[in-house]
Design a protein around this ligand. Sequence first.
Ligand code: FE2
Length: 236
Amino acid sequence: MEKELEIARMDIIPVEDLDTAIEQYKALGYRLDMIFPADNPREAVMLMGEESVRLIAGPKSNVQSLKSQDIADIGHETLDLRPASDSEWTTGRAGMEYRDLIPDRMDGKVIASHIRLATGGEVPDYVHYHKIDLQMIYCLKGRIKVVYEDQGEPFWLEPGDCVLQPPEIRHRVLECEANSEVIEITMPAEHETWAEHEISLPTTELKPDRGFGGQRFFCHKAVNSDVPWQMNLKTH
Ligand SMILES: [Fe+2]
């Protein structure tokens, strides 16, 4: 709550290009605290000492026009099932590329992102957390090394693996194989991503039953598993 109140008082700086502005403020000694939204950032909060600024870029084109024969109805919404073309991808947070699978986002309630990491090796991510109600990630292709707060050592997400990433759990993408891909489903569609500056990962304690916003972390590993994938939304 304190952070939100601080944001209300901070200077708002309109910028043309958010990435460029972030780098310029970093060069001045500011650190990145918050970015919004993750798939096509247009706002960032930067902090230096007691001073915070909120950088706001103009809207960028993200959603492409759809032809009716290319989409399938799912209830009242539509899911984009066309093969991905390069023009559909936008560069999001930490250099990852995003493609919207539900372009109208169910009136902002949910975003389903097809995310790809074209370049292999270390991912330019940092320890962060999301202000979300629900977030799950399913690995489609390649391998992605991740680490989560109080969930032990880093591990690889591989095709068929699925993670329930509870609200505000600190985490980081460490490295990946080239052309890795995941599907990420998040509610609400637009949410804040905050950088974590105090907690480093992995944490020293292992707490698999810890609650985060009424949920707990869950990872289904597809390899050697006879257990069907299942959600694990424990109330704490
Ligand atoms: Fe994340």
